[in-house]
Ligand binder design. Structure first.
Ligand code: ADP
Ligand code: MG
Length: 397
């Protein structure tokens, strides 16, 4: 689960991280009072959407010459003008895709005097099985570009879970970020604080880009992106309260109601699979045959007919889906339950695209019989390879 920048800063502030003063704004009428709460004379109006690259983003409605999604403002009047121009419009950034995201919240923040922009993130480094810091002196820009062009400027430091962030770790991070004097002192306080926040709140990603050194030599968290591990949300009701469903894919929200592991993707072949590994393999083989999956979907082990029906309806409701591949290897999952779920869903919502079904394992014959009896226009497949070829051929590249 992702949250907005202003919420992430609130969480980090609670742990003691240095963040600027700021006030979120939901309606244009709130802008003046919000700005008046800040010291001035420099303010920043920041679009709050679940995507980065806002500074360089463009508002669809305002044309290419208008300013971006993060705007410096030199007076309260300028803050108000910016809020009026930005709120409700659609911001397109490198991360939103061409459709962009509607800006329904803004964050008015105290402007900082920036000396240097750094990059810092904390993530789970699966190669070493530890939480790791990733830092670079090249902050404020696309870290992917830095990784591609100058990988030597990115330093990764894994943390020993028994010890936490040690003095030696602090020294290494300060050295990697070229922090000295007061900034290094701030680093010694900040790194353990961010690590603590990451671990205690079960984050899966904490990205501060940029972390800045201000003209006065101190550190400040200037941008913050936080993702939480969904599997641990049950123990963080305070985090769940921060959820903004307007930022999430409708299909994913619907899937989460049925406890389905579903991720929307950009392709046109809808997939219904049991088991995450098989679902990954199914997406891979669709790509191998030259097409793109429209989603990742693992219906799970012991799914009920209702769950399968819901899953199939989510797939068919996606207008991008031009064909569906059902790939079930029944172990705990029974193939007849899958077949019944598919038939029930089609009875309710119809079937306008080709459907290829591969059933194997527990009750496979029964499942195939149910599909035959239903008189649905189903193309049966013998194995995964055959299934992928058939659905790609039916959809056409
Ligand atoms: P994004 O990464 O989505 O573009 P950021 O929060 O990183 O958004 O803002 C983009 C840039 O705007 C920063 O790199 C920084 O140069 C500037 N900026 C952001 N917030 C402030 C602030 N409070 N004071 C001064 N400059 C800011
Ligand atoms: Mg940023």
């Amino acid at each position: 689960m992702n949250i907005h920048e202003y919420q992430a800063k609130q969480v980090l502030k609670g742990f003691g991280a240095p963040v600027a003063e700021g006030v979120p704004v939901f309606k244009a009428g709130e802008a003046e009072a919000a700005a008046n709460k800040l010291p001035g004379p420099l303010y920043v109006v920041k679009s709050q959407i679940h995507a980065g690259g806002r500074g360089k983003g463009k508002f669809k409605e305002l044309g290419p010459d208008a300013k971006g999604g993060v705007r410096l403002s030199k007076s309260v009047a300028e803050v108000i003008a910016n809020v009026n121009e930005m709120l409700g419009n659609t911001l397109v950034t490198k991360q939103t895709g061409p459709a962009g995201k509607q800006v329904n919240r803004l964050y008015i923040e105290d402007g900082a005097d920036i000396d240097r922009e750094l990059y810092l993130s904390i993530l789970v480094d699966r190669t070493v099985g530890r939480v790791a810091f990733v830092v670079s002196t090249e902050g404020g820009m696309d870290i992917e570009t830095v990784a591609h062009d100058t990988p030597e400027k990115i330093v990764t430091l894994a943390i020993d879970p028994d010890k936490g962030v040690t003095d030696a770790d602090v020294e290494k991070l300060n050295a990697a970020l070229k922090l000295t004097g007061g900034a290094a002192d701030d680093g010694a306080l900040l790194f353990p604080v961010l690590y603590k926040a990451f671990v205690e709140k079960d984050m899966s990603l904490l990205e501060v880009n940029p972390l800045i050194v201000m003209k006065n030599g101190r550190l400040r968290v200037l941008d913050a992106k936080v993702s939480f591990d969904n599997n641990a949300l049950f123990r963080h009701p305070d985090v769940v309260d921060l959820r903004d469903t307007t930022e999430e894919d409708e299909k994913e929200i619907e899937a989460s109601k049925y406890d389905l592991a579903y991720v929307a993707l950009d392709g046109n072949i809808g997939c219904m699979v049991n088991g995450a590994g098989l679902a990954m393999a199914t997406m891979d083989i669709i790509k191998l045959y030259g097409a793109e999956p429209a989603n990742f979907l693992d219906v799970g082990g012991g799914a009920s007919k209702e769950k399968v029906t819901a899953a199939f309806k989510i797939i068919t409701a996606d207008p991008a889906v031009k064909g569906i591949l059902v790939n079930i290897f029944g172990g705990i999952m029974k193939c007849d339950v899958i077949a019944e779920g598919v038939v029930a869903a089609v009875k309710e919502v119809g079937l306008k695209v080709p459907l290829v079904v591969r059933l194997e394992g527990t009750n496979a014959e029964l499942g195939k019989q149910i599909l035959r009896d239903s008189k649905l226009n189903v193309q049966p497949a013998d194995d995964l390879d055959d299934a992928a070829k058939k659905i790609v051929a039916a959809v056409g590249k």
